[in-house]
Design a protein around this ligand. Structure first.
Ligand code: UDP
Length: 318
């Protein structure tokens, strides 16, 4: 297939490029680098099956030749208000990438008769009242809350995707991505794993927000990408959760990072990020298991060990 990936220079986009090139496809990457990095795709320069366009998907997109599949992964994604690359500081771009960007990609998919896959998110469940989250749970999102620019953009993107499927018969799919970590995360984006692993490798105390009792379920990037690619190759149109169902508190997560890295500096408790920090998050992956025969394989310790070399290289501590 000839596959367009938007957000190709991002954390997930770049891993998808690698995986799909390895599967023998031709990949066209697109990114405007507002949160992605050229470093993430530098190793693909010279690969004759890879081409790259520096574009903002919020504007009309054009790709010469045919396209068989489009994966729309372009969006800021970090919820940390302190991060320059987080969606708090890129609110309009975030809404445009989810709304106009999705519209442009769907238009291209329709014109090219291509399979379309939208990167959605566990954030569409908001601060969930149903636990674990199944795909039929409609969510608990405040449209004017502090996370709304991301949550509502992704909810709109899902609605638009289903409209193109139902009205124009476009071959669409929706992946709801839960917390994911691994090499090529932006060390400065303020999310839990980059913050805590960076602190641990520098011998600093780990900043746990609030009392650390809020939970997340962390998936290693290779597992996540395997699931997304299985969804791409399937015929499924309705949303599928992809994530690791092993739930832990943020305090347990921080303690695990200190243990694995041998960091003796402990934990420091800082103010809770916001009242809207979701308190519990865990994917129900029954649909992914039944439809795609997928489940994660990499446990937290192995995943963190596989992430450390990248962080050390970026920190210059190797
Ligand atoms: N968190 C933390 N310390 C940090 C960064 C994040 O305790 O230095 C917490 C944060 O409050 C949230 C969880 O870790 O409860 C996951 O945050 P992240 O930014 O990774 O993404 P989210 O899951 O909220 O989208």
């Amino acid at each position: 297939m000839r596959i367009l990936i938007t957000g190709a220079a991002g954390f997930l986009g770049s891993h998808l490029c690698d995986h799909l090139l390895n599967d023998g496809h031709e990949v066209i990457g697109m990114d405007n680098f507002i949160t992605g990095s050229p470093d993430n795709i530098a190793h693909l320069a010279g690969n004759e099956k890879f081409s790259f366009y520096r574009r903002d998907v919020s504007n009309y997109i054009f790709v010469p030749g045919t396209v068989d599949a489009i994966l729309h992964f372009a969006s800021p994604a970090s919820p940390n208000p302190l991060s320059k690359s987080g969606y708090f500081n890129l609110p309009i771009q975030t809404m445009k990438a989810g709304a106009l960007g999705t519209h442009n990609c769907l238009g291209l998919a329709r014109a090219q008769n291509a399979r379309f896959l939208i990167a959605s998110t566990s954030e569409i469940y908001g601060d969930p009242l149903v636990h674990p989250q199944t795909e039929d749970y409609a969510g608990n999102v405040d449209p004017v809350g502090t996370r709304a620019v991301y949550d509502e953009a992704k909810r709109f993107a899902e609605s638009l995707t289903m409209a193109y499927h139902r009205f124009h018969n476009v071959n669409t799919s929706i992946v709801r991505i839960f917390n994911t970590y691994g090499p090529r995360m932006d060390l400065e984006d303020g999310r839990a794993l980059p913050n805590l692993l960076k602190q641990a490798l520098l011998g600093q105390p780990l900043t746990v927000y609030g009392d650390g009792a809020q939970t997340r379920s962390f998936c290693f990037v290779d597992d996540l990408v395997n699931g997304i690619v299985k969804l791409l190759y399937s015929e499924e149109h309705f949303p599928v959760n992809i994530g690791n169902p092993i739930e832990m508190t943020i305090l347990q997560f921080a303690e695990a990072i200190n243990k694995i890295t041998g960091n003796k500096a402990g934990i420091t408790y800082v103010d809770a990020r916001s009242a809207r920090d979701p308190q519990r998050r865990q994917p129900d992956i029954t649909r992914a298991h039944d439809l795609l025969n997928w489940e994660p394989k990499v446990d937290l310790e192995e995943g963190i060990r596989r992430t450390i070399p990248f962080f050390k290289q970026k920190l210059g501590t190797t």
